[in-house]
Design a protein around this ligand. Structure first.
Ligand code: GSH
Length: 402
């Protein structure tokens, strides 16, 4: 029996889609939401990743879903209640950390107040979000570039807010400055450390490749600002080279190494390979999906499809139902592939992963996450996933999708 995942014996046939109705999924969602609502106040944290702000985001996600039109007001009220759990405070100086800091909290708060029509509060939180840019001006530490606490995370926040508000949030000049800082820091690190990638970064001494702290989400966010990458041909070329080198590292089963340098094969144990959103193919796939849309290179789509097959085989993780290193996060891979290809096979896979979360085998033999109700480790992320299962065309991994 594999150590990290449940053996997948689910039916892989897109011709016979799961017959679970919207009502079935809504029942599951409401059941989980009830338990999250009761327990939200027990969280010690406020950050998006494991705190109350992530739970408020889940309510925002539900409130903006067409499938929950009739319950929208109830979910919005719950979102406000949860975001106020840690006090409705305004930071004298808000930091720019997104998944693990103030910028993420400010972004979600702004969006919730915007949705209830309180433009004064929404603008107030946006102002605090914008202050975060200053955080990244003063330093050239490479730890400041990645997703959780660095420039890349802040830029994902900008992209998300622009979608929510339908307008520019941060001045182009600031965006260019952040993107340039990321590129410069990556070039310097790469030269200093003789990296095979023209842009490379380290997080507390580790050259991660995957979504959490790693190169893939950094390159993906740069690709999301075409006005920046089109400005400098050398930058565009460096980004493209990073993507191609990353592609060459995809293993025969479709995964990616977690970090550089790559271990000799005898040191690399199949048993220990990580197939999580945070490390491995389920997170790196978003880079290749974005690269496919930007460069139209079919080999990038093939790379995504290989990620999908790996996740289908090894993705029913025993770590729990969350999105960072859990089944819901891996299920999002299939929702992405469904949107990219329109092939029902992927939608079937996503639905099967969703159903598996509620099986006795999964419930009884999975590890309980440390932050059971949170967005990234726990059930709030699961609820976002289940909601997206019934609106697959609109599905999107929280904040990071292409
Ligand atoms: N504290 C987490 C939880 O309760 O859900 C578990 C920690 C975890 O799984 N961390 C991820 C990981 O890949 C990175 S975010 N850990 C290393 C491993 O699984 O070997």
């Amino acid at each position: 029996m594999p150590k990290r995942y449940f053996k997948n014996v689910l039916s892989d046939n897109g011709d016979i889609l799961s017959n679970c109705s919207d009502a079935f999924w809504k029942g599951k969602i409401n059941y989980l939401v009830e338990s999250i609502s009761i327990n939200a106040s027990s969280s010690d944290e406020q950050i998006l990743y494991i705190g109350t702000s992530g739970i408020a985001y889940m309510f925002y996600h539900l409130a903006t879903s067409d499938k929950f039109k009739n319950e929208s007001e109830i979910f919005l009220n719950k979102a406000i209640t949860v975001l106020q759990l840690k006090g409705d405070i305004f930071y004298p100086k808000s930091n720019g950390k997104f998944l693990c800091g103030d910028a993420g909290i400010n972004a979600v708060n702004a969006s919730i107040y915007h949705l209830i029509g309180d433009s004064k509060m929404a603008e107030m939180y946006l102002t605090h979000f914008k202050k975060g840019v200053a955080d990244y001006r003063l330093t050239n530490l490479t730890e400041k570039d990645e997703l959780f606490v660095g420039r890349a995370g802040y830029l994902y926040g900008v992209l998300w807010l622009e979608k929510v508000f339908g307008k520019k949030i941060v001045a182009d000049q600031d965006i260019f400055e952040l993107c340039s800082a990321i590129v410069e820091s990556g070039r310097k690190y790469s030269v200093r450390n003789k990296s095979i990638f023209p842009l490379m970064y380290s997080y507390y001494g580790k050259e991660y490749l995957g979504a959490a702290h790693g190169l893939s989400t950094i390159i993906q966010v740069l690709l999301s600002f075409p006005q920046f990458i089109e400005k400098e041909p050398q930058t565009k070329q460096d980004i493209k080279n990073c993507i191609d080198i990353m592609k060459s590292l995809q293993t025969s089963n479709g995964n990616f190494p977690t970090k550089m340098p790559i271990l000799e094969s005898k040191q690399r144990s199949e048993e220990d390979e990580l197939v999580h959103w945070c490390h491995g193919a389920p997170g790196v796939i978003y880079l290749f999906a974005k690269a496919y849309l930007v460069f139209k290179d079919p080999s990038y789509l093939e790379c995504c499809l290989k990620c999908g097959d790996l996740v289908w085989t090894k993705g029913l993780l025993k770590k729990g139902p969350g999105i960072c290193h859990g089944i819901a996060g891996n299920g999002y891979v299939f929702l992405l592939l469904y949107r990219l290809t329109g092939d029902k096979k992927h939608l079937n896979r996503a639905l099967k992963f969703g159903e598996f979360i509620f099986t006795d085998e999964c419930i009884q033999r999975s590890r309980k996450p440390d932050h059971l109700y949170s967005l990234y480790e726990g059930l709030a992320g699961t609820v976002c996933y289940l909601t997206d299962l019934i609106q697959p065309e609109k599905a999107s991994f929280p904040f990071l999708d292409v």
